[in-house]
Design a protein around this ligand. Sequence first.
Ligand code: PLP
Length: 233
Amino acid sequence: MDIQHNLNLIHQKIETACKEAKRNQNTVKLLAVSKTKPISSILSAYQAGQIAFGENYVQEGVEKIQYFESQGINLEWHFIGPLQSNKTRLVAEHFDWMQTLDRAKIADRLNEQRPTNKAPLNVLIQINISDEESKSGIQPEEMLTLAKHIENLPHLCLRGLMAIPAPTDKIAEQETVFRKMSDLFEQLKQALPNQQIDTLSMGMTDDMPSAIKCGSTMVRIGTAIFGARDYSK
Ligand SMILES: *Cc1c(COP(=O)(O)O)cnc(C)c1O
């Protein structure tokens, strides 16, 4: 697995998608999703210049964070998995971003548990944009209520929205869903002009170009960087 080569290819794909969308390439940030992958893979990506990593499982993520801290390597860690309320403390204490916020109760706990010697925890509201079956994410109509709740929590910094659409290989369907997200993102910016709302996290290995076309500012890529995941272990 040549992680440096894969990262180069992804950067080229981001550049191509940005050109087609007449966007500047540096308006799209790459989050390397390293869940289930060993520390050695993260180290290879870091040595190729990658700084921001996404993890889905609290314990696994915290172990990796502590390893890199012990090595004096400063990375940026995003929690992107479902979070139960009894695990909020580890996220509040160790991560830089929490992308899957979908309940006021979780927001309150993260706010209380964020160490005051750290910068506020950056958070994204997860929207359940296409997959009614999924329990993760709030409905679009609930976005502003939750956003205004978060706005009053001093140890959280609301940065925008995140979504994991139901997978489809039909480009037109991908774009319809991503456009809805981009409309919500504009609504959020207008409703909270004093917040630093600058992040629309959408696009994975199989739908990245559509997401960039529709305004994504952060793509979350796992498979195309680190290879397929093995969940059997
Ligand atoms: C696993 C995961 C990704 C990465 O998916 P790939 O298809 O491997 O690029 C992105 N976002 C979230 C929330 C994930 O859980």
